[in-house]
Design a protein. Structure first.
Length: 168
């Protein structure tokens, strides 16, 4: 049985300068460095579901793993290059609140419509004809196609040549 994709994968999250979404950045650091005891079980599962859907957070997790693995090597941890990276990372973490760019109202609208469209599609992967989806959503054509485009880009849906839409 495949795990369900987390809904928050559809939402545009503010980006952290450390990589990934701000609301998960510190938990990702804890998980990547093996300090998952500081992350509660439910939060850990939430972060892991988010990592499935969020490429920037997956990359941040890999980067943190690499930084941590490298930092435990005594020789490298003494180099000026490492010390500079470590100081920069600590400085960013100490700020606590990362300056994040807010998504535009246009993007927020697309994501809201995409979430609605996704909820209409059957969970079993059974295709739904595009005209039926258009009728069910009652969205203007441009808004519907923007939302479908978003979902296709996120690889949450697929559209067949005969205009059948289904969850991936």
């Amino acid at each position: 049985m495949e795990p369900k994709k987390a809904k928050q994968g559809l939402n545009p999250e503010p980006a952290s300068p450390l990589g990934g979404c701000e609301q998960y950045s510190l938990d990702i650091v804890d998980l990547a460095t093996g300090e998952s005891a500081f992350v509660g079980k439910e939060r850990r599962e939430e972060v892991l579901r988010h990592l499935v859907d969020c490429a920037p957070c997956r990359q941040a997790f890999k980067d943190y793993e690499n930084i941590y693995a490298t930092s435990v090597t005594e020789e490298y941890s003494k180099t000026p290059e490492f010390q500079k990276k470590k100081e920069d990372l600590v400085a960013l973490l100490k700020k606590g609140s990362f300056a994040a760019k807010k998504p535009s109202p246009f993007v927020v609208k697309i994501v809201k419509h995409a979430d609605m469209i996704y909820s209409y599609l059957p969970e079993n992967g059974k295709p739904m004809p595009l005209p039926e989806l258009e009728t069910k959503s009652k969205l203007p054509s441009d808004d519907l196609h923007d939302a479908i485009g978003w979902l296709v880009c996120k690889e949450w849906i697929n559209i067949t040549e005969n205009e059948q839409v289904h969850r991936v």
